[in-house]
Design a protein around this ligand. Structure first.
Ligand code: AMP
Ligand code: MG
Length: 401
Protein backbone atom coordinates (compact mmCIF):
# COMPACT_ATOMS: atom_id res chain seq x y z
CA UNK A 1 0.00 0.00 0.00
CA UNK A 2 1.34 3.44 -0.89
CA UNK A 3 1.52 6.35 1.55
CA UNK A 4 -0.35 9.66 1.40
CA UNK A 5 2.61 11.61 0.00
CA UNK A 6 3.24 9.07 -2.75
CA UNK A 7 -0.46 9.08 -3.67
CA UNK A 8 -0.42 12.87 -3.82
CA UNK A 9 2.66 12.80 -6.05
CA UNK A 10 1.08 10.32 -8.48
CA UNK A 11 -2.06 12.42 -8.75
CA UNK A 12 -0.15 15.64 -9.32
CA UNK A 13 1.92 14.02 -12.09
CA UNK A 14 -1.31 13.59 -13.97
CA UNK A 15 -2.56 17.16 -13.56
CA UNK A 16 -1.95 20.15 -15.77
CA UNK A 17 -3.47 23.61 -15.86
CA UNK A 18 -6.56 24.04 -18.00
CA UNK A 19 -6.46 26.54 -20.87
CA UNK A 20 -6.98 30.21 -20.01
CA UNK A 21 -10.11 32.16 -20.74
CA UNK A 22 -11.10 35.79 -20.38
CA UNK A 23 -13.56 36.84 -17.72
CA UNK A 24 -15.05 40.13 -16.57
CA UNK A 25 -13.62 41.65 -13.41
CA UNK A 26 -16.76 40.92 -11.37
CA UNK A 27 -16.51 37.21 -12.17
CA UNK A 28 -12.78 36.97 -11.61
CA UNK A 29 -12.57 36.50 -7.82
CA UNK A 30 -11.07 33.16 -6.80
CA UNK A 31 -9.46 32.45 -10.15
CA UNK A 32 -5.76 32.20 -10.93
CA UNK A 33 -4.40 34.93 -13.17
CA UNK A 34 -3.15 33.62 -16.54
CA UNK A 35 -1.33 36.78 -17.67
CA UNK A 36 0.77 39.59 -16.22
CA UNK A 37 -1.30 42.72 -15.62
CA UNK A 38 0.39 46.02 -16.45
CA UNK A 39 -0.69 49.40 -15.14
CA UNK A 40 -1.64 52.22 -17.50
CA UNK A 41 -1.21 54.91 -14.81
CA UNK A 42 0.93 55.98 -11.87
CA UNK A 43 -0.60 55.31 -8.46
CA UNK A 44 -1.29 57.68 -6.92
CA UNK A 45 -1.74 59.48 -10.23
CA UNK A 46 -0.97 62.90 -8.67
CA UNK A 47 0.54 64.28 -5.42
CA UNK A 48 -2.32 63.50 -3.12
CA UNK A 49 -3.27 64.68 0.33
CA UNK A 50 -3.65 61.85 2.86
CA UNK A 51 -5.51 64.08 5.33
CA UNK A 52 -8.09 66.83 5.62
CA UNK A 53 -6.05 69.92 6.48
CA UNK A 54 -4.00 72.69 4.93
CA UNK A 55 -1.38 72.48 2.19
CA UNK A 56 1.55 74.50 3.44
CA UNK A 57 5.25 75.21 3.02
CA UNK A 58 6.92 73.29 5.89
CA UNK A 59 9.20 76.23 6.75
CA UNK A 60 6.10 78.36 7.45
CA UNK A 61 4.66 75.81 9.83
CA UNK A 62 5.71 76.97 13.25
CA UNK A 63 3.30 76.82 16.19
CA UNK A 64 1.37 80.09 16.39
CA UNK A 65 1.99 81.11 12.77
CA UNK A 66 -1.03 82.80 11.17
CA UNK A 67 -1.27 82.19 7.45
CA UNK A 68 -3.52 83.38 4.65
CA UNK A 69 -5.88 80.84 3.13
CA UNK A 70 -5.99 81.26 -0.66
CA UNK A 71 -8.06 78.32 -1.94
CA UNK A 72 -10.30 75.41 -0.90
CA UNK A 73 -9.39 72.23 -2.79
CA UNK A 74 -11.87 69.36 -2.79
CA UNK A 75 -11.09 65.81 -4.00
CA UNK A 76 -11.67 65.59 -7.73
CA UNK A 77 -10.63 69.18 -8.51
CA UNK A 78 -7.40 70.62 -9.80
CA UNK A 79 -5.86 73.41 -7.68
CA UNK A 80 -5.63 76.74 -9.48
CA UNK A 81 -3.34 78.66 -7.14
CA UNK A 82 0.29 78.30 -6.16
CA UNK A 83 0.97 78.37 -2.42
CA UNK A 84 3.63 80.95 -1.53
CA UNK A 85 5.35 81.87 1.75
CA UNK A 86 2.76 82.94 4.30
CA UNK A 87 -0.08 81.16 2.52
CA UNK A 88 -2.01 77.88 2.76
CA UNK A 89 -4.74 76.16 0.74
CA UNK A 90 -7.41 74.21 2.52
CA UNK A 91 -7.32 70.64 1.21
CA UNK A 92 -9.44 67.49 1.57
CA UNK A 93 -8.29 63.87 1.74
CA UNK A 94 -7.64 62.59 -1.77
CA UNK A 95 -7.35 66.07 -3.30
CA UNK A 96 -4.44 67.16 -5.44
CA UNK A 97 -1.70 69.04 -3.55
CA UNK A 98 -1.28 72.55 -5.03
CA UNK A 99 2.00 73.73 -6.54
CA UNK A 100 4.27 75.43 -4.03
CA UNK A 101 3.09 73.45 -0.99
CA UNK A 102 5.35 70.68 0.26
CA UNK A 103 3.36 69.37 3.26
CA UNK A 104 -0.13 69.05 4.65
CA UNK A 105 -0.94 69.93 8.23
CA UNK A 106 -3.94 68.11 9.71
CA UNK A 107 -7.03 70.19 10.37
CA UNK A 108 -6.89 69.07 14.04
CA UNK A 109 -3.54 70.84 14.36
CA UNK A 110 -4.91 74.20 13.20
CA UNK A 111 -7.45 76.78 14.26
CA UNK A 112 -9.55 78.66 11.71
CA UNK A 113 -9.62 82.37 12.49
CA UNK A 114 -12.45 83.32 10.16
CA UNK A 115 -11.36 86.29 8.00
CA UNK A 116 -9.67 83.84 5.62
CA UNK A 117 -6.78 83.17 7.98
CA UNK A 118 -5.71 80.09 9.86
CA UNK A 119 -3.45 79.60 12.89
CA UNK A 120 -1.13 76.59 13.01
CA UNK A 121 -0.86 74.88 16.39
CA UNK A 122 2.01 72.56 15.55
CA UNK A 123 4.93 72.31 13.22
CA UNK A 124 4.86 69.93 10.28
CA UNK A 125 7.65 67.87 8.74
CA UNK A 126 8.57 68.42 5.12
CA UNK A 127 6.49 66.05 2.97
CA UNK A 128 4.08 65.17 5.80
CA UNK A 129 0.69 63.74 4.81
CA UNK A 130 1.41 63.77 1.09
CA UNK A 131 1.33 60.60 -1.02
CA UNK A 132 3.88 61.00 -3.80
CA UNK A 133 2.90 60.37 -7.42
CA UNK A 134 3.69 56.76 -8.37
CA UNK A 135 4.77 55.69 -4.87
CA UNK A 136 2.58 52.56 -5.00
CA UNK A 137 3.24 51.70 -8.64
CA UNK A 138 4.10 53.39 -11.90
CA UNK A 139 2.64 53.31 -15.41
CA UNK A 140 3.98 50.23 -17.26
CA UNK A 141 4.75 48.38 -14.00
CA UNK A 142 3.54 44.77 -13.78
CA UNK A 143 1.16 45.04 -10.84
CA UNK A 144 -0.07 41.44 -10.77
CA UNK A 145 1.88 38.44 -12.04
CA UNK A 146 0.57 35.35 -13.80
CA UNK A 147 -0.20 32.66 -11.20
CA UNK A 148 -1.56 35.07 -8.62
CA UNK A 149 -4.81 34.19 -6.91
CA UNK A 150 -7.41 36.89 -7.47
CA UNK A 151 -8.61 37.74 -3.98
CA UNK A 152 -10.69 40.85 -3.31
CA UNK A 153 -7.57 43.01 -2.94
CA UNK A 154 -6.25 41.86 -6.34
CA UNK A 155 -9.66 42.55 -7.88
CA UNK A 156 -9.41 46.10 -6.53
CA UNK A 157 -5.97 46.49 -8.12
CA UNK A 158 -7.38 45.29 -11.46
CA UNK A 159 -9.98 48.06 -11.14
CA UNK A 160 -7.27 50.65 -10.31
CA UNK A 161 -5.48 49.89 -13.57
CA UNK A 162 -8.68 49.72 -15.60
CA UNK A 163 -8.46 45.98 -16.34
CA UNK A 164 -12.16 45.34 -16.97
CA UNK A 165 -11.48 41.90 -18.42
CA UNK A 166 -8.70 39.58 -17.45
CA UNK A 167 -7.25 36.25 -18.55
CA UNK A 168 -7.59 33.49 -15.94
CA UNK A 169 -7.11 29.74 -16.00
CA UNK A 170 -10.37 27.85 -16.44
CA UNK A 171 -11.95 25.89 -13.63
CA UNK A 172 -12.55 22.19 -14.15
CA UNK A 173 -15.93 20.64 -14.88
CA UNK A 174 -16.56 18.06 -12.25
CA UNK A 175 -19.20 15.36 -12.01
CA UNK A 176 -20.27 13.56 -8.84
CA UNK A 177 -21.73 10.04 -8.78
CA UNK A 178 -22.84 8.22 -5.66
CA UNK A 179 -23.14 4.44 -5.61
CA UNK A 180 -24.84 2.05 -3.25
CA UNK A 181 -28.03 -0.03 -3.09
CA UNK A 182 -28.78 1.46 0.30
CA UNK A 183 -28.88 5.08 -0.90
CA UNK A 184 -32.05 7.12 -1.15
CA UNK A 185 -32.53 10.72 -2.22
CA UNK A 186 -32.61 13.39 0.45
CA UNK A 187 -36.30 14.04 -0.11
CA UNK A 188 -37.11 10.48 1.06
CA UNK A 189 -37.36 9.07 4.56
CA UNK A 190 -34.98 6.08 4.60
CA UNK A 191 -36.66 2.71 5.21
CA UNK A 192 -35.00 -0.23 6.95
CA UNK A 193 -31.49 -0.71 5.61
CA UNK A 194 -31.49 2.58 3.72
CA UNK A 195 -29.49 5.76 4.18
CA UNK A 196 -29.73 9.20 2.60
CA UNK A 197 -27.08 10.11 0.03
CA UNK A 198 -25.18 12.81 1.92
CA UNK A 199 -21.86 12.44 0.10
CA UNK A 200 -23.17 13.93 -3.13
CA UNK A 201 -24.02 17.11 -1.26
CA UNK A 202 -20.95 17.42 0.95
CA UNK A 203 -18.73 16.86 -2.09
CA UNK A 204 -20.80 19.33 -4.09
CA UNK A 205 -20.23 21.94 -1.38
CA UNK A 206 -16.50 21.23 -1.17
CA UNK A 207 -16.13 21.44 -4.94
CA UNK A 208 -18.24 24.58 -5.33
CA UNK A 209 -16.00 26.33 -2.80
CA UNK A 210 -13.07 25.84 -5.17
CA UNK A 211 -15.08 27.46 -8.02
CA UNK A 212 -15.21 24.22 -10.04
CA UNK A 213 -18.30 23.73 -12.25
CA UNK A 214 -19.98 20.92 -10.41
CA UNK A 215 -22.84 18.68 -11.39
CA UNK A 216 -24.51 15.89 -9.46
CA UNK A 217 -24.78 13.13 -12.04
CA UNK A 218 -26.97 10.93 -9.86
CA UNK A 219 -26.95 7.87 -7.73
CA UNK A 220 -26.34 4.35 -9.08
CA UNK A 221 -27.23 1.10 -7.40
CA UNK A 222 -24.44 -1.47 -7.04
CA UNK A 223 -25.07 -2.67 -10.60
CA UNK A 224 -22.45 -2.47 -13.29
CA UNK A 225 -24.72 -1.06 -15.96
CA UNK A 226 -26.05 1.68 -13.69
CA UNK A 227 -22.60 2.80 -12.61
CA UNK A 228 -21.29 2.54 -16.16
CA UNK A 229 -24.06 4.68 -17.57
CA UNK A 230 -23.40 7.51 -15.09
CA UNK A 231 -19.64 7.09 -15.49
CA UNK A 232 -19.96 7.68 -19.24
CA UNK A 233 -21.47 11.09 -18.53
CA UNK A 234 -18.74 11.74 -15.98
CA UNK A 235 -15.95 10.94 -18.41
CA UNK A 236 -16.99 13.93 -20.55
CA UNK A 237 -15.79 16.16 -17.71
CA UNK A 238 -12.34 17.03 -16.36
CA UNK A 239 -12.84 15.20 -13.06
CA UNK A 240 -15.27 12.49 -11.95
CA UNK A 241 -15.82 11.67 -8.30
CA UNK A 242 -17.55 8.44 -7.38
CA UNK A 243 -18.36 7.52 -3.82
CA UNK A 244 -18.94 4.09 -2.34
CA UNK A 245 -18.17 0.65 -3.67
CA UNK A 246 -14.38 0.78 -3.49
CA UNK A 247 -13.73 -1.37 -0.41
CA UNK A 248 -13.41 -5.15 -0.33
CA UNK A 249 -17.11 -6.00 0.12
CA UNK A 250 -18.87 -8.39 -2.23
CA UNK A 251 -20.74 -5.54 -3.94
CA UNK A 252 -17.80 -3.17 -4.21
CA UNK A 253 -17.64 -3.18 -7.98
CA UNK A 254 -16.55 0.36 -8.80
CA UNK A 255 -12.94 -0.61 -9.63
CA UNK A 256 -14.15 -3.30 -12.04
CA UNK A 257 -16.49 -0.84 -13.72
CA UNK A 258 -13.73 1.76 -14.05
CA UNK A 259 -11.46 -0.79 -15.70
CA UNK A 260 -14.23 -1.92 -18.03
CA UNK A 261 -14.77 1.69 -19.04
CA UNK A 262 -11.10 1.97 -19.98
CA UNK A 263 -9.96 3.98 -16.96
CA UNK A 264 -6.29 3.36 -16.23
CA UNK A 265 -5.95 2.77 -12.47
CA UNK A 266 -2.85 4.29 -10.84
CA UNK A 267 -3.53 3.21 -7.31
CA UNK A 268 -6.17 1.60 -5.14
CA UNK A 269 -5.72 2.03 -1.36
CA UNK A 270 -3.59 4.53 0.48
CA UNK A 271 -2.18 4.05 3.99
CA UNK A 272 -4.51 6.57 5.54
CA UNK A 273 -7.34 6.85 8.04
CA UNK A 274 -10.11 7.54 7.30
CA UNK A 275 -10.28 6.99 3.55
CA UNK A 276 -7.96 4.05 2.88
CA UNK A 277 -9.76 2.45 -0.10
CA UNK A 278 -9.44 5.51 -2.40
CA UNK A 279 -8.91 4.72 -6.09
CA UNK A 280 -7.31 7.06 -8.58
CA UNK A 281 -7.26 6.66 -12.33
CA UNK A 282 -7.44 8.45 -15.59
CA UNK A 283 -9.20 8.12 -18.91
CA UNK A 284 -7.78 10.44 -21.58
CA UNK A 285 -8.11 13.93 -20.06
CA UNK A 286 -10.47 12.93 -17.27
CA UNK A 287 -9.16 12.23 -13.80
CA UNK A 288 -11.24 9.72 -11.84
CA UNK A 289 -11.43 9.42 -8.07
CA UNK A 290 -13.29 6.53 -6.46
CA UNK A 291 -13.82 7.66 -2.88
CA UNK A 292 -14.93 5.38 -0.05
CA UNK A 293 -18.56 5.78 0.98
CA UNK A 294 -18.13 6.71 4.60
CA UNK A 295 -18.93 10.41 4.77
CA UNK A 296 -15.87 11.55 6.71
CA UNK A 297 -13.58 9.39 4.56
CA UNK A 298 -15.07 11.10 1.50
CA UNK A 299 -14.64 14.51 3.09
CA UNK A 300 -11.01 13.88 4.07
CA UNK A 301 -10.09 12.39 0.70
CA UNK A 302 -11.48 15.43 -1.05
CA UNK A 303 -9.42 17.79 1.11
CA UNK A 304 -6.23 15.76 0.70
CA UNK A 305 -6.39 14.82 -2.95
CA UNK A 306 -9.27 16.33 -4.93
CA UNK A 307 -9.12 19.95 -3.81
CA UNK A 308 -5.42 20.34 -4.71
CA UNK A 309 -6.12 18.66 -8.04
CA UNK A 310 -8.85 21.16 -8.86
CA UNK A 311 -6.61 24.03 -7.82
CA UNK A 312 -3.69 22.77 -9.91
CA UNK A 313 -6.04 22.57 -12.91
CA UNK A 314 -7.03 26.16 -12.08
CA UNK A 315 -3.38 27.16 -12.53
CA UNK A 316 -2.22 27.39 -8.92
CA UNK A 317 1.26 26.22 -7.97
CA UNK A 318 1.50 23.29 -5.61
CA UNK A 319 2.08 25.41 -2.49
CA UNK A 320 -1.11 27.37 -3.19
CA UNK A 321 -3.05 24.28 -4.22
CA UNK A 322 -2.84 22.45 -0.93
CA UNK A 323 -4.51 23.29 2.33
CA UNK A 324 -2.24 25.02 4.79
CA UNK A 325 -0.60 22.78 7.39
CA UNK A 326 0.61 24.45 10.57
CA UNK A 327 2.37 23.33 13.74
CA UNK A 328 0.38 23.30 16.96
CA UNK A 329 0.71 22.01 20.50
CA UNK A 330 -1.35 18.92 21.21
CA UNK A 331 -3.61 19.37 24.24
CA UNK A 332 -4.31 15.69 25.05
CA UNK A 333 -2.58 12.29 25.03
CA UNK A 334 -3.39 10.07 22.04
CA UNK A 335 -2.59 6.37 21.76
CA UNK A 336 -3.58 4.35 18.68
CA UNK A 337 -3.79 0.71 17.74
CA UNK A 338 -2.26 1.19 14.30
CA UNK A 339 0.27 3.64 13.02
CA UNK A 340 -1.24 4.63 9.72
CA UNK A 341 -1.30 8.37 8.89
CA UNK A 342 -4.49 9.61 10.43
CA UNK A 343 -6.57 12.76 9.96
CA UNK A 344 -8.86 13.50 12.90
CA UNK A 345 -11.47 16.24 13.06
CA UNK A 346 -10.03 18.69 15.53
CA UNK A 347 -10.41 22.07 17.07
CA UNK A 348 -7.51 24.43 16.48
CA UNK A 349 -7.29 27.56 18.59
CA UNK A 350 -4.84 30.33 19.19
CA UNK A 351 -3.87 31.66 22.58
CA UNK A 352 -1.21 34.31 23.22
CA UNK A 353 0.26 33.79 19.76
CA UNK A 354 0.54 29.99 20.00
CA UNK A 355 -1.60 27.36 18.29
CA UNK A 356 -3.21 24.57 20.30
CA UNK A 357 -5.14 21.60 18.95
CA UNK A 358 -7.36 18.89 20.37
CA UNK A 359 -9.49 16.26 18.63
CA UNK A 360 -13.25 16.84 18.86
CA UNK A 361 -15.77 14.20 19.93
CA UNK A 362 -16.01 11.96 16.89
CA UNK A 363 -17.11 8.36 16.42
CA UNK A 364 -15.19 7.47 13.30
CA UNK A 365 -15.45 7.66 9.54
CA UNK A 366 -19.26 7.58 9.34
CA UNK A 367 -19.75 10.34 11.93
CA UNK A 368 -20.08 13.45 9.81
CA UNK A 369 -21.81 15.37 12.58
CA UNK A 370 -18.70 14.78 14.69
CA UNK A 371 -16.66 16.38 11.92
CA UNK A 372 -18.83 19.51 12.14
CA UNK A 373 -17.43 20.11 15.64
CA UNK A 374 -13.96 20.69 14.20
CA UNK A 375 -12.31 23.46 12.22
CA UNK A 376 -9.27 21.47 11.11
CA UNK A 377 -7.77 18.01 10.71
CA UNK A 378 -5.22 16.91 13.25
CA UNK A 379 -2.56 14.86 11.45
CA UNK A 380 -1.32 11.87 13.43
CA UNK A 381 1.93 10.75 11.84
CA UNK A 382 2.77 7.17 10.87
CA UNK A 383 6.06 7.24 12.77
CA UNK A 384 5.02 8.42 16.23
CA UNK A 385 2.66 6.60 18.59
CA UNK A 386 1.57 7.32 21.27
CA UNK A 387 1.48 11.12 21.27
CA UNK A 388 1.49 13.10 24.49
CA UNK A 389 -0.05 16.35 25.55
CA UNK A 390 2.45 19.11 24.77
CA UNK A 391 3.84 17.37 21.65
CA UNK A 392 4.17 19.45 18.52
CA UNK A 393 1.84 18.14 15.78
CA UNK A 394 0.80 19.10 12.24
CA UNK A 395 -2.70 20.42 11.65
CA UNK A 396 -4.40 20.92 8.31
CA UNK A 397 -6.49 24.08 8.34
CA UNK A 398 -9.69 23.29 6.44
CA UNK A 399 -11.44 26.59 6.79
CA UNK A 400 -11.66 29.69 8.90
CA UNK A 401 -11.04 29.26 12.59
P1 AMP B 1 -18.90 1.62 0.82
O1 AMP B 1 -17.72 2.46 0.55
O2 AMP B 1 -19.82 1.45 -0.36
O3 AMP B 1 -18.50 0.29 1.41
O4 AMP B 1 -19.76 2.37 1.92
C1 AMP B 1 -19.24 2.57 3.21
C2 AMP B 1 -20.27 3.20 4.09
O5 AMP B 1 -20.59 4.48 3.61
C3 AMP B 1 -21.58 2.45 4.18
O6 AMP B 1 -22.05 2.49 5.48
C4 AMP B 1 -22.49 3.23 3.25
O7 AMP B 1 -23.81 3.11 3.59
C5 AMP B 1 -22.00 4.63 3.43
N1 AMP B 1 -22.24 5.43 2.21
C6 AMP B 1 -21.95 5.05 0.98
N2 AMP B 1 -22.31 6.00 0.09
C7 AMP B 1 -22.86 7.00 0.81
C8 AMP B 1 -23.40 8.26 0.45
N3 AMP B 1 -23.47 8.65 -0.80
N4 AMP B 1 -23.86 9.04 1.45
C9 AMP B 1 -23.80 8.62 2.73
N5 AMP B 1 -23.27 7.46 3.12
C10 AMP B 1 -22.81 6.64 2.17
MG1 MG C 1 -21.43 0.26 -0.90
Amino acid sequence: MIGVDEAYRIIQENVSALPPRTVGIKEAAGYCLAEDVVSDIDMPPYEKSAMDGYAVIAEDAVPGAELEMIENIAAGYVPTKTVRRGQVSKIMTGASVPPGADSVIKVEETEALGTGRVRLLKEVKWGANICITGEDFKACDIVLKEGKELRPQEIGVLAMVGAKRVKVFSTPRLGIISTGDELVGINKKPRAGQIRDSNSYSLYAQAVQTRAHVELLGSARDKKIEILSLLKKGLRRDIVLLTGGVSVGEYDIVVDVLQEAGVEIFFHKVALRPGKPIVFGRSKQTLVFGLPGNPVATYVNFELFVRPTIRRMMGFEDENAQRMVIKAELEVDIARKRTRREYRPACLRMDSGRFYVAPVEWHGSADLLGATRGNSLLILPEDKNPLSSGDEVDVMVTGEF
